[in-house]
Design a binder for this molecule. Sequence first.
Ligand SMILES: [Cu+2]
Length: 460
Amino acid sequence: MDPQRRAWLATAGAAALGAAAVNRPSLAALPEAATQGSPHTQPPLVPRDGRAYNPVVTLNGWTLPWRMRDGWKEFHLVAEPVEREIAPGMNARLWGYNGQSPGPTIEAVEGERVRIYVTNRLPEHTTIHWHGMLLPSGMDGVGGLTQPQIGAGKTFVYEFELKKSGTFMYHPHADEMTQMAMGMMGLFIVHPKDPRRYRVDRDFCFLINAYDIDPGSATPRIATMLDFNLWTWNSRAFPGIDHLPCRLGDRVRIRFGNLTMTNHPIHMHGYDFEVTCTDGGWVPKSARWPEVTIDVGVGQMRAFEFDAVNPGDWAFHCHKSHHTMNAMGHDVPTMIGADQRGLVERIQKLVPDYMVMGDRGMADMGAMEMPLPDNTLPMMTGQGPFGPLEMGGMFTVVKVRADQKPGDYSDPGWYRHPPGTQAREYAGALPEPPRAATPSADGDAGAAPLNVRKRGSHHG
Ligand SMILES: [Cu+2]
């Protein structure tokens, strides 16, 4: 059994125990605050009480257990410093909820009344804003505007009825720049009252976040505005992001919210899909449009759906190519085509380990084993079945398999391509390719050599 599968089974057992402990009749005033130590995707938390629904699966995350009391669904969130493994080899010191960043996903059903206790174990005050929810103004969680701040060591209670189903999130509305840059956020999924409505076979969700953590350190720089160096999904970077296993023929939904400071064009290979939900609600069937890339703006949520009819390993990633990289300096010069002969020997007299990099592009980085400072990730990394993947950051794989069992989220391994369905090397003769004829002086200026200035270009 592969280690991920074993970790899966072990934590599935632990999650079931935790839920049982929470549901035990108790006179405690507060619901138990469950915590989760594993950074891996936990199996869906099937509801034992409250209204029935089809649970989501949080990528590299988990769902918060609850208890029912006098008709209220009660949750307990604890805001606290946490340690999060961004990917094997790198741990970050973040702030989050109940042992993790992002915090656990909250799941409930349209029409239910929720009571959410929030205990603050941070060194400064906080609040929680329920992004996208329709609720009384005093439950909106804006420190100073709709409530006093939740001081360090204090517990506040939020109570509201869930007016509509959809994809929402929660995050502080207190010292926001610091608290979101430190990882404080979570998903809040409200399921439809009728579980047959918007039903899918697999329902994945995650939050898009970003950190600026200097190599060798573990605490994010909170004042960074745009130039982050770790682009993450649920505070995980490739190759730390789990894969999304699907069964051939499944109807699949993937929901994501963006709590970074820039937009992310989220792209999936092998399929076209439909945008079916935003943080404003469900998109009516007549208004859905086909896409292969969905740009999600800052503070927005999107969900798309597709029928998993194409088996294979399908890349799923942000289309900003700097967001599929790990920690790197962005001020490196472009060396493509630079002739460094002679120079190297002269520099090596002063710096014996000096290496030439980037004169043939940057792909060498994917295979290079360079010494790294402690606690950082290679810029491009990850091994696939055919070699280095040369990726980092916001990248993972949707794996569609005929033999994936319903409800099984374990990793099926790499796809085995049927014979004749894979790109292959051509080993035949290569005739000289035909070239366009050199234009005359009055000819098509577009085909002129690069160093010839177009006539009249100074007028345009
Ligand atoms: Cu991006």
